[in-house]
Design a protein around this ligand. Structure first.
Ligand SMILES: Nc1ncnc2c1ncn2[C@@H]1O[C@H](COP(=O)(O)OP(=O)(O)OP(=O)(O)O)[C@@H](O)[C@H]1O
Ligand SMILES: [Mg+2]
Length: 306
């Protein structure tokens, strides 16, 4: 954990971290070198996932208060599922965790979000760099359709175009596609367009694209909702693998998926339409599903099962 003396707003000259990893400095993330990308280099193969902490987070669209006072810890090397009824603010909250919420005109954030103690909303922190460290996978697979499979994975590396050589880029693309369990299916057609893949393959391509920039956290918003059951199970297996390296938060409406794929579960609810959504409780997934603290959690979880 970084101490308060390394606050990012005063951190402009800070070099890449002790692990040669990315920083959120205003100059943007620093990408691993080729030896690190290909073999781990002098860094451990298993990167250090980070803890994401939300403190009294309130989210607004203009005057509309969408999410109220959410405090929670998203633990490293675990999968945290966000569940709750439609409109209770799961997507809004998820998008605040990597500063995507502010891309909506009129949207605003109150409260703190810290990545291993560093405030991602501190003055001087580059939101683009934050999104490099905290990657997002969306509900609909969204590869760049005319771009090749290879270029889709390499797309995020372009921030560092001057720093990544062709051989480094090749190594990162292969590593990311292998990590997303897609390499064997596409290695002979890397120059075909991203849109030539099936829906499940496209979602794995998007996961490869998100991991290519070496994030520390992966946020997933209903990543399986557009997929059939076989592709869904493939993504769930992949999520189980990815948590060895990353901190993962996943929004899902699928209770079985939350039960199968997550370690912790956060239940969101809203009292009535037009009121802000809030966090009811968060705990170990087993407990939330079998003996939750709050009756409204039990009603939701059992209603969905029963
Ligand atoms: N761009 C926007 N502008 C204004 N209000 C919005 C916007 N996006 C979402 N909202 C509102 O914010 C609240 C939370 O929406 P959000 O999309 O976060 O819910 P959700 O829990 O992800 O729902 P779902 O399960 O249906 O995806 C809703 O009342 C929604 O109408
Ligand atoms: Mg949503």
């Amino acid at each position: 954990m970084f101490g308060s003396s390394t606050k990012l707003e005063t951190d402009k000259a800070k070099p890449a971290t002790e692990e040669g990893r990315s920083t959120m400095s205003p100059t943007g993330p620093v990408t691993q070198t080729s030896s690190q990308a290909a073999s781990g280099g002098d860094t451990p193969d298993r990167r250090r996932a980070k803890t994401l902490v939300a403190k009294e987070v309130n989210l607004f669209y203009g005057d509309f208060h969408a999410v109220e006072n959410v405090s929670m810890t998203i633990e490293p090397n675990k999968v945290t599922a966000l569940i709750g009824s439609s409109g209770c603010g799961k997507t809004t909250f998820l998008r605040s965790l990597n500063r995507m919420h502010e891309l909506t005109p009129g949207a605003s954030v109150k409260g703190d979000i810290e990545l291993d103690g560093e405030d991602i909303y501190a003055g001087g922190v580059d939101p683009v760099a934050v999104r490099g460290l905290i990657g997002m996978v969306f509900q609909q697979p969204n590869p760049f359709p005319t771009m090749s499979i290879y270029d889709n994975v390499a797309a995020g590396l372009n921030f560092n175009a001057g720093k990544v050589s062709k051989s480094d880029r090749d190594a990162i693309v292969e590593r990311s596609l292998r990590g997303a369990h897609l390499w064997d299916e596409v290695k002979d057609r890397l120059q075909r367009p991203g849109s030539s893949l099936s829906g499940g393959q496209q979602q794995r391509l998007c996961i490869a694209r998100a991991t290519a920039v070496s994030p520390e956290v992966l946020l997933m918003d209903e990543p399986c909702s557009a997929l059939d059951p076989v592709a869904t199970l493939a993504i769930e297996d992949l999520i189980g693998e990815l948590k060895k390296e990353y901190t993962i938060a996943i929004v899902t409406h699928n209770m079985q998926q939350a039960a199968r794929a997550s370690d912790n579960t956060a239940f969101f609810n809203l009292d009535e339409s037009g009121k802000p959504g809030h966090l009811v409780e968060i705990g170990a997934t087993d407990e939330i599903f079998t003996k939750p603290q709050k009756k409204e959690t039990e009603d939701y979880v059992s209603g969905r099962f029963g």
